[in-house]
Ligand binder design. Sequence first.
Ligand code: FAD
Length: 516
Amino acid sequence: MTTNPSLSIIALMTLLMCLTPTLIKSQEGIDVLLPITLNLTVLTDPFSISAASRDFGNITDVNPGAVLCPSTPAEVAHFSYDSESTTSSPGFKVAARGQGHSLRGQASAPGGVVVNMTCLAKTATPAAVVVSADGTYADVAAGAMWVEVLEAALARGVSPVTFTDYLYLSVGGTLSNAGIGGQVFRHGPQISNVHELDVITGKGDMVTCSPKLNPELFYGVLGGLGQFGIITRARIALDHAPTRVKWLRILYSDFSAFTRDQERLISMANDLRVDFLEGQLMMSNGIVDTSFFPLSDQTRVASLVNEHRIIYVLEVAKYYDTTTLPIIDQVIDTLTRTLGFTSEFMFMQDVPYFDFLNRVRNEEDKLRSIGLWEVPHPWLNMFVPKSRVLDFHEGVIKGLLLNQTATSGVTLFYPTNRNKWNNLMSAMIPNEDVFYVVGFLQSAGGSHNFEELESLNDRIINFCNNSGIKIKEYLMHYTKKEDWIKHFGPKWSDFSRRKMMFDPEKLLSPGQDIFN
Ligand code: FAD
């Protein structure tokens, strides 16, 4: 992860950069002189280069030539190609970097310039997050993190409607992918909850776009893997914020009952509808984390997992506040009475709204304390069409995962609705009304060998290919062009046409390995 150098170091480097010409790699791999103007903060010290060369995945290590810490969007535009200008940049690669929580170098720029978007967020005026007077949206600097958006919105009694599980990701970073979590079935991904964007294209144009204004750029950039422009501002939809959450984990030993209940819950439209729905697996060959459950129940939960080898955990939440307080217990009671879980294995916590959304921060703290945060993360995320979820469960979960001597990390498993996604956007999902989000969030380290985890990922993908299960990977990293063409399928021609329109020199986000 990027650690920001102190201001004094930045000031020093700024001064040094004004005096020292910097060489970086051009498109053709030739050393070129970086165009430096006064007051531009360009860092080339080993610390800054090393921080920008790695990401959360801890698998790749790709050095940029320099790191730009911009204080205005115009400084970012300065680094893009300008076909009209005689002093245009010589065409080095440029990658925006939010929190660097990519998995395989997607925010890297080999030999080129990494733009540290947190710098822009810090200098944004009047603030990185500005909530509108009526509280219906916030204008957000794209380098700001979702936790900052949430904090600023809650101060006004409002909130974004859809979140990733982890809030310490940049707004620009998740909008470049999709931004998914337990609210997606109801509100869609984060890319479906954006009104407007400011984008600096690969041609150096600073463009405001929305569904009505420059829609081609707007839809291209959302889920566009950083290929068409650098988002500097996003207008995010907000709604009334609840204050508290009834947070339930409900255990199933039967996969069909588990998915039946999940699918029914995401299709409901009445007052019983939950606000959040996810699911995960607990397996006897993995670490059975029982910390959510009351101390007195932890042993019997662990025994249940041992007895069945695999337990499916339905995770739902219902928000409430003072208005709904009188009826919330009755609503939960009515809701859970219809579910087919393993009797006496339903558990509930009652927590503040912010703590619920920020729940993964606790997991981060725990993993950091035992040295398991900064390890390689060969995560595999995918969307599985509902029509093949039983085959996927038999072949992948029971056939491969459960047959491992040991599994590492969390496995997410929950359905969501296609009608909350906009097909004009670049993000790709299966072509079915309901599809499952499946995440194998594995960590290497300890007894878990990186190569073995990679081999398991390969076998999962091979099983899907050989069985004709038309998955779509999420947060993927392909190195072959044909894999990208297959991934985008019918959208490939639009995707490549937009690249020619907005970044014809193919400078942006080279770490995604799509066009180079
Ligand atoms: P970076 O890694 O910095 O960048 C990612 C890509 O976006 C790069 O190609 C980069 O060039 C580009 N980019 C970054 N900023 C901009 C910008 N302003 N304009 C244009 N392009 C830009 N994802 C989910 O959807 N749901 C989850 O629940 C979820 N949980 C996660 C939990 C953890 C612990 C981690 C590590 C990741 C999780 N992710 C999740 C994945 C995450 O959404 C992506 O990795 C995302 O890219 C991270 O944001 P970032 O700011 O770190 O992006």
